[in-house]
Each structure stands twice: as C-alpha cells, then as structure tokens.
Ligand binder design. Structure first.
Ligand SMILES: Cc1cc2nc3c(=O)[nH]c(=O)nc-3n(C[C@H](O)[C@H](O)[C@H](O)COP(=O)(O)OP(=O)(O)OC[C@H]3O[C@@H](n4cnc5c(N)ncnc54)[C@H](O)[C@@H]3O)c2cc1C
Length: 376
C-alpha cells in the first residue's frame, strides 16, 4: 500500500484547496513545492510590518458567496476595494473609466452622463469605418476613440505585451466597460477584500497539519514521488510535465523592483498605472494601502513586463491561436494520464482569478473525493 493517497504538486491556491479538502475527507496528502515558500503567486511576505505581495498585487473579488464564505472560514478579510489611478505624463486619472475619468479628460464637456456619452460617441465616430479591427489599436480606437486610447490604453498595453499595439491581436480587448457614474471601484463583484494578515496566512491555515516539502521540484524525481501516492494533483506547467514534447507554451513575465522608503505615504493609493510609453514600468504598487497601513515606512514595487525565459516566472499565458493549438495537444495527452489530475493556471494554461481557482479546486476535489469515497 502506498503511503499517500495524493501527492499535490504546487502549494498555490489550487493545490492548497485540494489538499485541505482531501485531508478533511480523511485522505493522506503530501504537498511538494518547487519554491522555498508556500502560496504560489499569492505569497505575501511581511516586511516592516507590511504584507508585501511578492508576485504582483492580488485583490480578492468574487460574486460567488460559497467561495467568499470558504476563504473567510480561514481568515478574516478587510473591506479594501481597488480604485487604481492612471498617471499619464504626470496627469492623474481615475480608473476604471467612469465619470471621474471623463471629467478629468474633457472637463465641462463631460460633466454629466449625457454629455460624457455624447463626447465618447463623437470620439468613436472618427473610427466608425473600422468594422473588422485587425489589431488592438484599431479595436481600441473603434471602442473608445483617440483620447482614451492614446492617454490610457496605448502605452500601458504596449509595455505589457512588449510590442506595438498594431501587432497585438484585437481579441485582447473585446469590450471596454464605461461607467456613467462617479464610481472608482474597479471590480463589480459583491465581495471584495484582502485577507487580514496576508495571503500566506490563508494558505498556511489551509495546509495546517498537512506535510509540505518546499524547494523540491516534483519533475526532477517524478518516478520516486509517483511511487509514493495513488494519485498526483499537478498544478505546474503542463508543457514541462510532458518534457515540452510539442514545444514550449509562451507566457509574459514580470520583473518586480521592491523598495523600502523612509516615508509613510508615497503615492496615496495602492495601485498607480503609468500609461505613457516612456516610463518603462507599468505600475507602482504601494502595499500598505491594501491594508490601510499606518506604519512609519512604506514599501513600493515597480512592475516591469518582460519576456518569459528560463530565469523568470511564467505569469500570463499568451492564449493566441499558435499557443492554444499546442495546449490542446498537451490537454489530449493529459486526459490519458489516469493517475494525474491537472489543475490551476499553469496546468490548464489559462489566466484565472483567485476565486475561479478556488471554485475549480473545490469542484475537482468534490468529484474526486466522491469517486474514491470507499477506497481504503
Ligand atoms: C501579476 C498577477 C496579478 C494577479 N492579480 C490577481 C488579483 O488581483 N486578483 C485575482 O483574483 N487574481 C489575480 N491573479 C491570479 C492569481 O495569481 C491566480 O489565480 C492564482 O495564483 C493561481 O493559483 P494556482 O494554484 O493555479 O497557481 P500558482 O499560484 O502559480 O501555484 C502553482 C505552484 O506550483 C509550484 N510548482 C510548479 N511546478 C512545480 C514542480 N514541478 N514541482 C513542485 N512545485 C511546482 C509553483 O512554484 C507554484 O507555487 C494575478 C496573477 C498575476 C500573474
């Protein structure tokens, strides 16, 4: 008999939720983690009393009451709501696009919802001939017109993707939601917040009493680990699992530059996007504002988008036709692996928000644990 029912590869949200549910159902689990810490990309580290989001800012939001209750059963969440600011060449705008933004862009020409809509329609009219946008630039101009595109979309998106907007596929922006109210709350979801004490605490509590081995790459000793468990829950990169048999899947990566500053408030907001092309980073995150912090110092992080290489992390899947075709081949192979369940953003090659990952992991665990209920 094998010592474990499940070996869970990866201690991010997917792996941790699965491990928690399986353990609760009486299964024996072992979690393996390649990095030296648990939590995957939601990992936060306390520095100067501030929870620093080490792999990019994470704001929890969901409409799913079950998921919200689930996370709150581990830690309490605060009432933080994301209201990013855009800085375009020193001028500040509220995001997402709402009445504040329109007023900042056009003043009295857009100080009522009717006037703002008329102004946007006038801006869009110049691009009415674009009925089949061939790239992101054409798509954004057709949806928003010149002012919004040039000041708030173009530079930021080009930095994110590392190429001109005319070479970025149009499907990246399918629609641009405009809000004709003075409401800067980025997400529309009913439940929003940040776990008090950080995301790492959330994961620690999910993995409470479950053995975890960090700094260990499952793929480097796969046969050994496979011999120890009936089933593997794999949350790493799907192309790596199959030795990149059909080639690498592409990702965009990010480089983070963290700074501790000897002042208590640097930018007055957690998230400021730099939407011009000349500033090489895309955003500055000031972590303490996620928790309404009053510490004497502050920590900021500049985010620089970059190409994915062997040295840097895979962040955003590039779900274009070429990569999607490769992924489908891996998915086909994965479906033949009876003893492996593939889950999470890397194994499914899909951008998921945290609430989606939790919902998926709960569903996968429920199905799996029902099927194996009576197995000893
Ligand atoms: C910059 C950025 C910002 C984001 N902001 C938000 C936000 O504001 N709100 C939101 O809801 N979502 C946000 N997300 C999405 C969120 O990060 C994901 O939904 C979530 O982290 C995915 O969890 P996961 O378990 O699928 O993957 P991960 O967190 O990546 O966990 C996978 C784990 O597996 C480990 N692993 C991989 N291969 C191996 C191996 N061979 N052996 C052992 N371990 C391995 C990895 O080290 C990692 O710890 C953001 C994502 C990014 C990139």
């Amino acid at each position: 008999m094998k010592p474990y029912d499940y070996i869970i590869v990866g201690s991010g949200l997917f792996g941790s939720v699965f491990a928690h549910e399986a353990t609760k159902a009486g299964k024996k689990c072992l979690v393996l983690e390649k990095r030296e810490h648990i939590g995957g990309n939601i990992y936060t580290e306390e520095i100067e009393g501030i929870q620093v989001h080490k792999y990019g800012a994470h704001i929890f939001h969901t409409n799913n009451k079950k998921v919200w209750n689930y996370v709150n059963s581990f830690v309490e969440f605060n009432h933080y709501k994301n209201s990013p600011i855009a800085n375009y060449k020193g001028k500040l705008f509220n995001l997402p696009f709402n009445m504040n933004t329109f007023y900042q862009l056009w003043g009295n020409e857009a100080d009522t919802p009717t006037k703002a809509l008329a102004k946007i329609n006038e801006q869009r009219k110049a691009y009415a001939h674009i009925t089949h946008p061939r790239n992101l630039e054409e798509q954004a101009l057709a949806l928003a017109g010149k002012d919004i595109y040039e000041k708030l979309i173009k530079g930021y998106t080009e930095k994110q993707w590392g190429r001109p907007a005319t070479q970025i596929p149009a499907f990246i922006i399918r629609r641009l939601p405009f809000r004709f109210t003075f409401d800067n709350n980025y997400f529309n979801d009913k439940y929003q917040g940040i776990p008090i004490g950080g995301y790492t605490k959330l994961i620690e509590l999910m993995l409470n009493d479950i053995p975890v081995i960090t700094s260990t790459d499952y793929l480097k000793n796969k046969e050994h680990w496979d011999s120890l468990a009936n089933k593997i829950i794999y949350t790493g990169k799907i192309d790596d699992f199959f030795n990149c048999h059909f080639g690498n899947l592409d990702y965009r990566s990010l480089r983070f530059e963290h700074e501790i500053l000897n002042l208590d408030n640097y930018q007055g907001n957690a998230v400021v996007n730099y939407t011009d092309a000349a500033t090489t980073f895309t955003r500055i995150i000031e972590h303490k504002h996620f928790e309404f912090g009053t510490q004497p110092k502050t920590i900021i992080t500049k985010e620089y988008p970059q190409e994915k290489s062997d040295e840097n992390e895979a962040y955003y899947p590039i779900n274009d036709a070429k990569n999607q075709e490769i992924y489908e081949k891996y998915k086909q192979l994965a479906s033949q692996q009876q003893h492996v369940i593939f889950g999470g953003r890397l194994a499914e090659y899909k951008y998921y928000d945290m609430h989606h990952v939790i919902e998926n992991a709960l569903n996968v665990a429920k199905k799996e644990l029902m099927e194996t209920k009576d197995e000893k």
